[in-house]
Design a protein around this ligand. Structure first.
Ligand code: HEC
Length: 462
């Protein structure tokens, strides 16, 4: 409410964050897992006199440096840009709470980037024991970035009762540790460690698949198999860790998973279920491909096989992150702030005074009235819906006339405790007049015969 609204037509702002985040997760988790892969592989190479391993590992280290140092870093900044635009209110809350945590994370990140460069450029130039030590410093630094960022990510889903009891009092930062070590901190951390280890193996398969199998059959066999082994622990532990994680998520959020299909036809239940199915199927396929192609005939394991495994891993990651986002709905910060930036505590005030007068980026003199409806949509619905694309209003409201739309909005405003919509949509806040204008606006969207809105009410960024 204190910031402009970011309109991303068709795709929706959430997906902008999503697309950058999926890319970033693939790389940043590899940075952590690969941080352990490289020194462990180097140690093995050194202890067993496997000179040829070193050449391949050096190539892998270069790939690693470019991927994490360039693409990982750039996509990380991309996340800041996109969350700052899509969820300025929540980003501000996170910064106010965790500024110290982030400052430390950036220190570790600096160490991580520096040691990654030193590790690659000193390969073969300094004493191998010292080189290995540089690798371990890298591993520790990158692991610590995960330890910190996990506290902030899990906080958004489960801030915990202690932090919530001071939320909005200005004393939030005094509960830093309680917020940081929140209820899903540990399962979240172990789950991500498992993902890091498997991604290290998957990216290593990309490098090792390029070893010439005809010229170096033994080298390729050893290295492909050794990399494939990195997938075993996570696949064994993943179901247990997922169970632990879900167990730590409050019942109200978990309910989304169990919400009956009957309540919302093509709705949320099937979306989460579909995502869960994709995770299970892609993971099983990865396991199959890695076992049959990489483990059983490593010499023939090709670059395109490795890319196929990588593509499956992207799908699994995307579905995992999507489910995590869905679990958090309708909040951006659990039980504290809705996805549209409205604080749970300010709903009564918005209902009494109106939403628009409290939204600073909406012109006070907005006219005509239709533009107010558009502003209501931008302020309260656009963080999850678009007009024509993702979760499109035209599609979801198709076939409803003005009265039906009005009933829906009233239901969204009054919210009975047992309404299934509560699990994923925030209450609609605002005065009766504002709700009527939102209805008119939506009616125009659905039925083009309704009078067209003119004028621009929202100082939105296009
Ligand atoms: C926190 C995200 C979020 C916000 C904010 C949000 N919605 Fe939704 N909405 C959803 C989700 C998720 C669904 C289910 C989507 C689906 O079935 O494809 C949904 C479904 C709907 C549906 C279809 C429901 C049905 O039973 O047919 C309508 C209509 C709708 N939303 C309107 C709105 C309006 C109007 C607003 C703003 C006042 C709004 N939503 C705000 C997440 C949100």
């Amino acid at each position: 409410m204190n910031y402009p609204f970011w309109n991303v037509p068709n795709v929706g702002s959430g997906w902008v964050i999503g697309m950058i985040a999926i890319f970033h997760v693939m790389i940043s988790h590899f940075a952590v897992g690969g941080g352990f892969y490289l020194p462990l592989a180097e140690r093995k190479a050194l202890s067993g006199g496997r000179g040829q391993w070193c050449e391949t590992l050096r190539g892998h280290a270069k790939f690693f440096l470019v991927l994490t140092g360039v693409f990982g870093a750039v996509s990380g900044v991309g996340i800041w840009f996109s969350i700052g635009l899509a969820h300025p209110e929540a980003t501000s809350t996170l910064i106010h709470n965790f500024v110290f945590g982030w400052a430390i994370e950036w220190v570790f990140f600096m160490v991580e980037l520096t040691t990654a460069a030193v590790y690659y450029y000193t390969w073969g130039r300094i004493d191998s024991k010292l080189h290995l030590k540089v690798g371990w410093v890298y591993a520790a630094a990158s692991f610590l970035t995960l330890v910190i960022i996990n506290g902030i990510l899990t906080f958004m889903l489960t801030p915990g009762d202690t932090w919530l009891s001071v939320a909005g009092t200005g004393q939030e930062a005094s509960k830093f540790w309680e917020a940081f070590f929140n209820p899903t901190y540990w399962p979240g951390l172990f789950l991500r460690i498992a993902v890091c280890v498997s991604l290290a193996g998957i990216w290593a398969l990309v490098t090792t698949s390029r070893i010439d199998g005809e010229a170096f059959p033994k080298l390729k066999t050893d290295m492909v198999r050794w990399s494939a082994k990195w997938l075993i622990p996570s696949f064994l532990a993943m179901p247990l860790l997922l169970g632990w994680y879900l167990w730590a998520v409050p019942e109200s959020q978990r309910a989304l998973l169990t919400l009956g299909i009957s309540t919302i036809g093509s709705g949320t239940f099937s979306q989460v279920t579909r995502a869960a199915l994709v995770i299970v199927m892609t993971s099983a396929t990865i396991l199959g491909v890695v076992y049959f192609l990489a483990w059983r005939s490593p010499v023939d394991f090709s670059f395109s096989h490795a890319l196929a495994v990588l593509a499956l891993a992207v799908m699994a990651t995307a579905s995992g992150e999507y489910s995590r986002e869905m679990l958090r709905k309708p909040y951006v910060i659990g039980r504290h702030m809705y996805s549209n930036g409205v604080r749970v505590k300010s709903v009564p005030q918005l209902n009494a005074q109106g939403f628009l007068p409290n939204a600073r980026w909406i012109r006070a003199d907005v006219s005509p009235e239709y533009a107010k409806g558009e502003a209501m949509f931008a302020g309260q619905c656009m963080s999850c819906h678009t007009i024509d694309g993702y979760r499109s209003m035209r599609r979801l409201l198709a076939g409803r006339n003005r009265a039906a739309i009005g009933n829906f909005l009233t239901m969204l405003h009054d919210y009975k405790p047992d309404s299934p919509y509560r699990r994923f949509m925030p209450p609609l806040s605002g005065s009766p007049d504002e709700i009527r204008l939102l209805g008119d606006y939506l009616d125009h969207i659905v039925s083009p015969t309704a009078p067209a809105p003119t004028g621009k009410a929202v100082a939105s960024l296009h």
